[in-house]
Design a protein around this ligand. Sequence first.
Ligand SMILES: [Zn+2]
Length: 386
Amino acid sequence: MIAEKGEEALKTAKLCNHCLGRLFAKLGRGSNEERGRAVRFVVNMERSSRGEEPIEEPEHCELCGNVFDRIPELVEAMKSRAEGIEFETFLVGSRFPEEVITREKELWERLGIETGEPINREFNRELGKAFAKATGKEPSLKPDLLFIVEPYSMKIELQISSIQIYGRYRKLVRDIPQTPLRGFKESVASIICREFSRAFGGKCVFKGAGREDADVRMLGNGRPFVVEVKRPKKRRIDLEEVARAINRSGKVAVLDLRFTTSEEASKLLSTPHRKEYLALVYVEEGVTAEEAKNVAKNLSGTEIHQRTPHRVERSRADKVRIRRVHEAEARWVDGRHFELRLVTDGGLYIKELISGDDGRTSPSVAELLGKRAVCERLDVLNILDG
Ligand SMILES: [Zn+2]
């Protein structure tokens, strides 16, 4: 039956051994070329027994145009396309002209083939094998490099998988915004990204798990962030060295750097975190140690209703958020100042928790005191996990 089908195929079209073997790809083991050679051998034995001429492999295959002969040249072209780019794994895809795909389908239909494999699948596999052999790199479904090859025009598109790095940052000084902002020369993002770009040789995108205002320090164990390096030229980088370079800025320090996946990264960034703050509260009318203690006692364990603050109104939806103050502790400083250490749900605006934001945040420090109160200085002491 295979010999019959094979002979019929060879009478219908001049086929190379790849294209002949591919008609029977689902049968037996080995490469399609080996299958094609074997089928042709058996066909020609049968023909010889009938005194007929053998059907040799043609100079020009009418189905593929001998595209498989281009593999060595394509491997060289892929190698030079990837020059200077560090990678361990790769994947090959290919774009075949519609007319080749159609020709193959028509052949299957005419011969009633149900054991065939599409040409691009074989081509990807064979090109991948040859490239792996030439470079020592590993084929993978989650590759560092994806080559998309147009075998007839020899066009090669190269996609470089981006790299995700997770870490936590501490902002040691005031007056740096988290991301670039008009009026500021640098940002946490620019200080961090500068060193990642230098090390990995790609463009960086910074994403923080929430943000603090420019005038707020971020201390303690730091705020989680993810850096995505796009089209990196290097992948095997000592993250400790990158951390040291960032930390030399004296303004931003990073810790816990590690490689991560984009799935894990988006989960890490969207997890809400409780936070510990230290605020310096200023009360113009004056405040006693007793009053400060009472404010802390009343805030502790209290649900706060906070309508979107005036100052961020334009960039956030106007709604009332309910967030809890888990802990509050006061330390009287002088007649007009006291410190407030707070542990709150993520997403509570602390400056407004103190000022009351014209009644938009309730209860607030100002409301509890019955006096105007403002946040004079604020630090995030810790971002609490879990
Ligand atoms: Zn062919």
